[in-house]
Design a protein around this ligand. Structure first.
Ligand SMILES: NC(=O)c1ccc[n+]([C@@H]2O[C@H](COP(=O)([O-])OP(=O)(O)OC[C@H]3O[C@@H](n4cnc5c(N)ncnc54)[C@H](OP(=O)(O)O)[C@@H]3O)[C@@H](O)[C@H]2O)c1
Length: 278
């Protein structure tokens, strides 16, 4: 039996699926059980009922967004209930200075959440994913729905984005096997791709030619702010693009080592999400 926080999210849903496909029992924490629509056999848990839900679990998954507010209490209760393992997800950039972590400006506290888990008395595993391939849906869906050109900054910026199901399957292995205990694991997609290489791959998946057209960074930043993104987030994101253009992108082989098969490519991710661009 496993207790999963953040179970309705981008990573939580495929994690629940991955654990189910291994035959594991799952208790899934959500703030709204009526809307959660979990698969059959998954037991929804409200955060007020967490102590009882921790009883008898073999592993706890700490999602950094969902578990942050009550993390101290959650870890204390897990220790009291004798939970033998905690798996925490953070991000590949958690050791960077705070102003180099753009998502902090949207409220994420990955560094603090990972540190709280690894400093707790519970046996732990920390999994640090690279950027999710899913981000491209949020960034580009509007433009792709209405045309053949994606306009954006820094077309030559490259990174090894990761499929959410690879993140989820690594987390499931971390929960179910003991071989990874005490490890901090950075996971990425199989290869770094430039933004102007990703867009045509989405086009190939949806059967419509697409291309990336670079626009000046300041114009792009102003557009993002006009569209409602937090200005400090946008500035940090642009600074990240500029900084990382200068260095080779990080690519690790951990997904393949842990899962015994290559990490899914961005082309495969685009194929899995081909119906979601309009
Ligand atoms: N996007 C990336 O490229 C990337 C890369 C690496 C790491 N990360 C990190 O991964 C995390 C995001 O993961 P995700 O996309 O799976 O998250 P998500 O889908 O936004 O959220 C997961 C679930 O957490 C619950 N939740 C969200 N906000 C909450 C809040 N304020 N309080 C309590 N519960 C909340 C929601 O469940 P209910 O509504 O059912 O309660 C939600 O479905 C962030 O910490 C991010 O920095 C992101």
């Amino acid at each position: 039996m496993y207790l999963v926080t953040g179970a309705t999210g981008v990573i939580g849903r495929p994690l629940v699926q991955a654990l189910l496909s291994e035959g594991a029992g799952i208790r899934a924490v959500t703030r709204d059980a009526d809307r959660a629509d979990f698969p059959d056999g998954v037991e929804p848990v409200a955060s007020e009922a967490i102590r009882r839900a921790l009883r008898g679990v073999h592993g706890l998954f700490v999602h950094p967004r969902a578990a942050e507010d009550d993390l101290g209490k959650l870890l204390r209760l897990a220790a009291e209930e004798g939970v033998p393992k905690v798996v925490v997800m953070s991000a590949i950039n958690v050791d960077d200075p705070f102003d180099h972590q753009p998502s902090r400006y949207n409220g994420d506290r990955n560094t603090e959440v990972e540190r709280a888990v690894t400093a707790s008395p519970l046996p732990w595993i920390a999994v640090r994913p690279s950027s999710f391939a899913m981000n491209t849906l949020a960034m580009w869906r509007g433009q792709i729905a209405s045309g053949a050109v994606v306009r954006g900054p820094y077309g030559s910026f490259a990174e090894a984005v990761i499929h959410e199901r690879d993140v989820a399957e690594v987390l499931a292995r971390a929960l179910m096997d003991d071989g990874l205990l005490g490890r901090t694991i950075s996971i990425t997609g199989p290869q770094a791709l430039r933004l102007d290489e990703m867009v045509p791959l989405i086009g190939a998946a949806i059967g419509r030619p697409l291309r990336f057209e670079e626009v000046p960074a300041e114009a792009a930043a102003q557009g993002m702010i006009r569209n409602g993104l937090d200005e400090r987030f946008v500035r940090a994101l642009m600074a990240r693009y500029r900084r990382e253009l200068e260095r080779p992108p990080t690519v690790t082989a951990e997904v393949e080592t842990i899962l015994g098969r290559p990490a899914r490519t961005f082309a495969a991710w685009a194929g899995d999400h081909a119906g979601e661009w309009s």
